[in-house]
Design a protein around this ligand. Sequence first.
Ligand SMILES: C[S@@+](CC[C@H](N)C(=O)[O-])C[C@H]1O[C@@H](n2cnc3c(N)ncnc32)[C@H](O)[C@@H]1O
Length: 284
Amino acid sequence: MKDIKDFENRIICGDCLEIMGDLPDESIDIIITSPPYWNAKNYESTTSRSKMPKKYSLEQYQKEMTDIFFQAYRTLKKGRYCCIVIDGVTVEKRYYNLPMIFQTFMEEMGFVYHIPLYWLKPLGSQGMWKSGATWSLRCLKPLTYYPNQRLEHIMLFRKKEPKECEGQTDLKYGELKDWLDNVWVIKTASTELHKCPFPVEIPMRLIKLLSFVGDAVLDPFNGIGTTAVACRESNRRYIGIEINPDYCKVAEQRLANIPKMRFDSIDDASHPPQVETQAKRGVA
Ligand SMILES: C[S@@+](CC[C@H](N)C(=O)[O-])C[C@H]1O[C@@H](n2cnc3c(N)ncnc32)[C@H](O)[C@@H]1O
């Protein structure tokens, strides 16, 4: 097993199951991620090296996710959160409730389902999901109804036993007030460079609400580095793992446009951060 410092502030290209196996126990302060949505989305478009087979069963998916999130449980510190952005998928005209599957295996592992948040995409901004609704409209007859899917779950799981967690916060009163509602209306991010990135606003809110300045944040399905961008902008350490080398390159490019963090090692986290200039967020 390696030292956590070997992973910090890096985009690591590879299979998260393998790479997380090298992370020390209880070394991560928060996990923020959006895993692949079973086979509803094809991430292979820009690479020939993606690990996802063309078609694999729900059981295989469930097993793969359980193994990966077991590593999440092992590497997360006690009392800290694993935040999962996920929603159901319709495959061959049948709806599969992925949040329910995640809740089951996460609870079996020992996580406590803290609270569901919902990401509501403003009208007209639901991106890829609108194809079913477009088809419905084209048919214009009863029994062919597929509505736009504008809601996604943001599932917050906590690793017990909760400890009194101490640290420096950058959460402002006005932000907390604005985010107290459990439906977050946030625009989708551009899908120019990735098929389904989440907007920076989502990891940014979770980071401020559920972590301290200087904390280590893991995203095992890093995509084009949205969580890492939020970390750079909020003085957290990021560890981003992504299997698609093209997405890793985009993530590196986005991060290159953002000023370096103040903290270079975990020991520096006790010192107050300097004021950073507002960084350009790149894609999202
Ligand atoms: C829903 S997307 C995440 C997008 C990300 N939140 C963003 O904003 O860019 C899921 C990502 O997981 C990656 N992925 C799939 N299987 C993986 C694995 N075993 N290890 C690491 N990454 C994987 C896919 O290539 C895809 O980019």
